[in-house]
Design a binder for this molecule. Structure first.
Ligand SMILES: [Zn+2]
Ligand SMILES: [Zn+2]
Length: 195
């Protein structure tokens, strides 16, 4: 019996994650780690996730003057219903994201930004003694959630007629498996012979 699934669409209010900002002249690398409890069952964009362990977040930040560069690693283990048979399928989450914090807008510094490949550009108003990276941890978490998942590559799915799991048994339903591409061919053939 599964518990209540909570829909989650925005960042939990209690989230707050900060990095101490070193002196810009300092080439020191700031490292920080968090273990974040995620609702053990959560729904996001129509997919149900069951977190088997907290979300592990590792962060590393350093100045790439005049910007501040932050790498975020997210890792956890979740169970997601198989897209074909709906049986729970285990998935390891392990993703890395990088963000470039800058005082200038993206347009002002497009040259610098272009050199940074896949980094997301975060425009901030001013530097303080610490950097608020809460939204970026949330974004990294959401982006790391697996979409379509199969319990195994050759999952047979469920019978669309009687609903039996075809991985663990078979049924006697007559299933007309229609590939839409063949349907089109069939129609073309019929039209040809009709003339
Ligand atoms: Zn499956
Ligand atoms: Zn069947």
């Amino acid at each position: 019996m599964r518990g209540v699934i909570m829909a989650i669409t925005e960042m939990p209010e209690e989230w707050g994650f900060f990095l101490n900002l070193p002196d810009p002249e300092d080439s020191i690398v700031i490292e920080k780690s968090w273990k974040i409890e995620i609702l053990s069952e959560l729904a996001y964009l129509g997919q149900d996730y069951r977190f088997l362990e907290p979300l592990k977040v590792d962060v590393r930040g350093s100045w790439t003057r005049p910007d501040f560069y932050v790498e975020i690693w997210v890792a956890s283990n979740v169970e997601v219903p198989c897209s074909r048979c709906l049986d729970p399928a285990g998935v390891a989450i392990k993703e890395k994201f990088s963000y470039l914090y800058s005082l200038s807008s993206k347009n002002d510094s497009s040259e610098r930004f272009d050199g940074h490949g896949d980094d997301s550009f975060i425009c901030i108003d001013s530097w303080g003694s610490y950097l608020d990276i809460t939204s970026q941890i949330w974004d990294s978490f959401i982006l790391s959630l697996p979409g379509k998942v199969l319990c195994k590559e050759d999952c047979n799915g469920i019978c669309p007629v009687c609903g039996v799991n075809l991985n663990s048994g078979s049924c006697n339903c007559v299933r007309e498996e229609v590939d839409p591409r063949f349907e089109i061919l069939k129609n073309i053939e019929q039209n040809d012979t009709g003339k």
